[in-house]
Design a protein around this ligand. Structure first.
Ligand SMILES: Cc1cc2nc3c(=O)[nH]c(=O)nc-3n(C[C@H](O)[C@H](O)[C@H](O)COP(=O)(O)OP(=O)(O)OC[C@H]3O[C@@H](n4cnc5c(N)ncnc54)[C@H](O)[C@@H]3O)c2cc1C
Length: 447
């Protein structure tokens, strides 16, 4: 089997495209990457707003493989749990995992810049402000339009569509026989807001947590930035009462003061930021195949855009890269086999995290404010303390593990059935901390 270097085109220099280009360049392939937007490093791109993402173990593993993790650690802040804010300002802490485990808040643009710099150093050629129009998998030709509106073609051995949820590469295959495609929007959208830094760049709320203001049908969250600010995101219905539509009529500040009073005190420019930031929608995309004529492959959001409630979209895209490179390494240069094995292994996991992410919206906006749910989390933590190997909570299986998402989903369902039974035991709120709880567990876990 040929292990020669290939000419590869990558379309989309976002998070997944930049990382994938780095993986391939480090293996010695000739990589050209094309991006619709201006170079983030040029100062002309819209890198101004600090939008951050939660990076967790699956993402870190991929970054470690290309030795960029240390650089990224320098721009990432650990969040060791959720901090829930009640209407009256009372806060409740819920750890994400065991002592020492955390997810990390990192600026999307800074992370992208680190990846672009590393990819360029590794020899990736990049062109910005060049839009992909179409990809022909039979001829291996990708068609582009440059910033002057001129069209040109690029022919390569393989092309990867890493051009996000609204992928032009994917668009090229809508009419292809037996290409399945599904797109689903939530009735909720989101808007980014900001808690600015305090004096001297201090944090006005604790930086070590992901803050949540759960309000049943909607929620506000906040993740820390290095400059002392927090990027807040309001997940809110587009229509109805209340909604983006209704509060624009009745007054944004009035609404915020009523439902997020402690956060609102820290947002002096609320109206200005609210009006200048877009209201964006949340889409789930499922499609298959991801590989066309053994030459073109979709990765990241282009293959499987998910809603952001498990903080896994980017992590999943980064894990795509880890898994595809594993298949390429194992295939001894048989790209056709590697691409097929990749899509067959990965599709069920992408579907699983897509489902988990949708479910977690309900958990974040509604259940985390429910005392029974919080008790259930404590009971689960106690079970994990007694059986650390056997009982790994679903959140940890998704966030702090490298086992397949589909396995996490399946085991999570079994665990939920068990925990429902355990939670229905009389006086569970007192029993779970006592020694007798171990006997009860033995019965349920058939130990
Ligand atoms: C509100 C929100 C919060 C999120 N929070 C998290 C989180 O905490 N953790 C997490 O892991 N994930 C999170 N995500 C998901 C994450 O943002 C995505 O999964 C991730 O950005 C996917 O990376 P990508 O490279 O596949 O796509 P993108 O980041 O969308 O990059 C695609 C790139 O392709 C370019 N492009 C598009 N079309 C063309 C074209 N025709 N020609 C050339 N270039 C093109 C785009 O300009 C862009 O640069 C969140 C998403 C949202 C919406």
């Amino acid at each position: 089997m040929s292990t020669e270097n290939k000419n590869v085109t990558i379309i989309g220099a976002g998070l997944v495209g930049s990382l994938w280009s780095l993986f391939l360049a480090q293996k010695g392939h000739n990589v050209k990457m094309f991006e619709k937007r201006a170079d983030l490093r040029s100062g002309r791109a819209e890198a101004g707003r600090s939008i951050n993402l939660a990076l967790s173990d699956r993402g870190w593993k991929a970054l470690e493989s290309v030795q960029i993790d240390k650089k990224v650690r320098e721009i990432a802040l650990p969040m060791k749990g959720r901090m829930m804010h009640d209407l009256d300002g009372t806060t409740t802490f819920q750890p994400y995992g065991m002592e020492g485990q955390a997810i990390w808040s990192v600026s999307r643009s800074q992370l992208n810049i680190e990846l672009l710099n590393a990819a360029e150093e590794a020899g990736v050629e990049m062109e910005f402000e060049v839009k992909c129009l179409n990809v022909d998998s039979e001829s291996g030709i990708c068609s582009f339009e440059d910033r002057e509106g001129k069209n040109f073609d690029v022919k390569s051995d393989f092309a990867f569509g890493t051009d996000g949820a609204y992928s032009a590469v994917r668009n090229s295959f809508y009419r292809k026989d037996r290409f399945n495609y599904q797109q689903m929007y939530l009735t909720h959208g989101y808007k980014e807001l900001e808690i600015p830094p305090g004096d001297g760049g201090s944090f006005l709320i604790e930086p070590e947590y992901l803050h949540i203001w759960p309000r049943h049908e909607y929620m506000l969250i906040a993740l820390p930035n290095f400059d002392g600010s927090f990027t807040c995101t309001l997940f809110f219905p587009f229509e109805g009462e209340p909604s983006f539509e209704s509060i624009e009529r009745t007054g944004v500040r009035d609404f915020f003061e009523k439902y997020f009073p402690d956060a609102t005190k820290l947002m002096p420019d609320l109206e200005e930021v609210y009006n200048s930031n877009p209201t964006s929608s949340l889409v789930t995309v499922r499609c298959f195949p991801w590989v066309f004529d053994d030459t073109v492959c979709l990765l990241g959001d282009a293959a499987h855009a998910i809603v952001p409630f498990y903080g896994q979209g980017m992590n999943c895209g980064f894990e795509d890269c880890s898994i595809l490179i594993k298949h390429l390494d194992e295939s001894g240069g048989d790209w056709k086999k590697a691409l097929q094995d990749f899509q067959l292994e990965r599709k069920r996991d992408a579907d699983a995290i897509s489902e988990l992410a949708l479910n977690n919206f309900i958990e974040m906006r509604d259940k985390v404010a429910d005392p029974v749910f919080l008790l259930q989390k404590k009971v689960e933590a106690r079970i994990q303390e007694i059986y650390p190997e056997k009982w790994v909570p679903l959140y940890s299986r998704v966030t702090f593990s490298h086992n397949p998402y589909s396995e996490a989903l399946e085991i999570g369902r079994e665990q939920q059935e068990l925990i429902d039974k355990i939670m229905s035991v009389r006086d569970i709120e007192n029993i779970y901390q006592k020694d007798d709880f171990k006997d009860l567990l033995k019965f349920y876990l058939q130990d």
